[in-house]
Design a binder for this molecule. Structure first.
Ligand code: FES
Length: 324
């Protein structure tokens, strides 16, 4: 008799093998997945606002924020909006079933709450509510002062119930875009000194909130964001990337990203979001002007010109030299 077994996914260093234990549709197109360790063991604690990479093809990961409790979690929970025009990862996830095994990365975070903040003003746009929910859990746990403005289209408040239960009257839900700015404006003026503002959602929301905060005199280091989905074109003029340590020249065509060209050439560059958001693919640059298109590096880091995110950023001229 031949026994058929499901092949066990390859697990790399720093990866975890988990099993889908629950799937729940939150609203049209958005599914919540719960994972437990495939070996039944404990999962690592994470920082509020952390994300994991979900490997949906060898070498291809999508990044999703963890929404459940962060300390000694028995399970991890993420929410995935199905995007039929995306790279394929969300569609793959929506096709999973309970009992399927998945390789994920260890949790990472570039969007942590500032523990010394006097007050936390949390702004969630659409599916960008996921890391904000994690911040809210931490704020409630540590009894921190906070409030949330959650804006979403009618019928698409994926985590509205959880937010209401945790926040009570500290939550303002806004379903009309214009109303959002009416609610935010006064909060930018009358929040206590020492407040930090955190925004997660589409790029225009993040940029609008940051611009309004800075225009109202907020110090830049109190304005934090995590872009949920960048709409960044990775193509452009062709150029060549020289690998400084070996002298190898990697041509980068107009339709491909520098990251894709490097991977194609066998250069192992860690990556996750491929949208210039997560910071995973950062590489050092030895020379050549850079066309920065990411939303991860700070203005100061860009100005130095010695680092870039090759998943979206390119050469401004016809060549770059990388420290690879
Ligand atoms: S892979 Fe996430 S910033 Fe490049």
């Amino acid at each position: 008799m031949t026994v058929m077994t499901t092949p066990r996914p390859d697990i790399g260093v720093g990866d975890l093998l988990v099993e889908v234990t629950r799937m729940r549709m939150l609203c049209d197109g958005i599914c919540e997945f719960t994972f437990a360790g495939a070996d039944g063991g404990a999962l690592p604690t994470f920082s509020p606002g952390a994300h994991i990479g979900v490997q949906w093809q060898p070498g291809r990961c999508n990044s999703y924020s963890l929404t459940g409790p962060a300390v000694d979690p028995a399970e991890y929970t993420i929410c995935v909006r199905r995007d039929d025009s995306g790279g394929g990862g969300s569609v793959w996830l929506h096709g999973l079933g309970v009992g399927d095994q998945v390789v994920i990365s260890l949790p990472r975070s570039a969007f942590v709450p500032i523990s010394t903040a006097r007050h936390h003003l949390l702004i969630a746009g659409g599916i960008g509510v996921t890391p904000i929910l994690s911040h809210v859990r931490a704020a409630v746990h540590w009894n921190r002062s906070f409030e949330v403005i959650y804006t979403h289209r009618p019928g698409f408040g994926a985590l509205a119930r959880e937010m209401r239960d945790l926040c009570g009257d500290r939550l303002t839900v806004v379903e009309a875009a214009l109303d959002f700015w009416d609610h935010l404006g006064p909060r930018l003026c009358d929040s206590p000194l020492g407040t930090h503002i955190y925004t997660c959602g589409p790029g225009p929301l993040i940029e609008g909130v940051a611009a309004a905060a800075l225009a109202n005199g907020w110090p830049p280091d109190r304005v934090h964001s995590e872009q949920f989905a960048a709409d960044v074109a990775a193509g452009g003029e062709p150029f060549a990337a020289r690998l400084g340590r070996t002298g190898v020249l990697v041509p980068v065509g107009s339709e491909v990203s520098l990251l894709a060209a490097l991977l194609e050439r066998g250069v192992a560059v860690p990556n996750m979001c491929r949208q210039g958001v997560c910071g995973e693919c950062r590489v050092a640059v030895r020379g050549g002007p850079i066309d920065h298109r990411d939303s991860y590096l700070t203005d100061d880091e860009r100005a130095k010109g010695d680092t870039m995110m090759p998943c979206v950023s390119r050469a401004l001229g016809d060549h770059l030299e990388l420290d690879l």
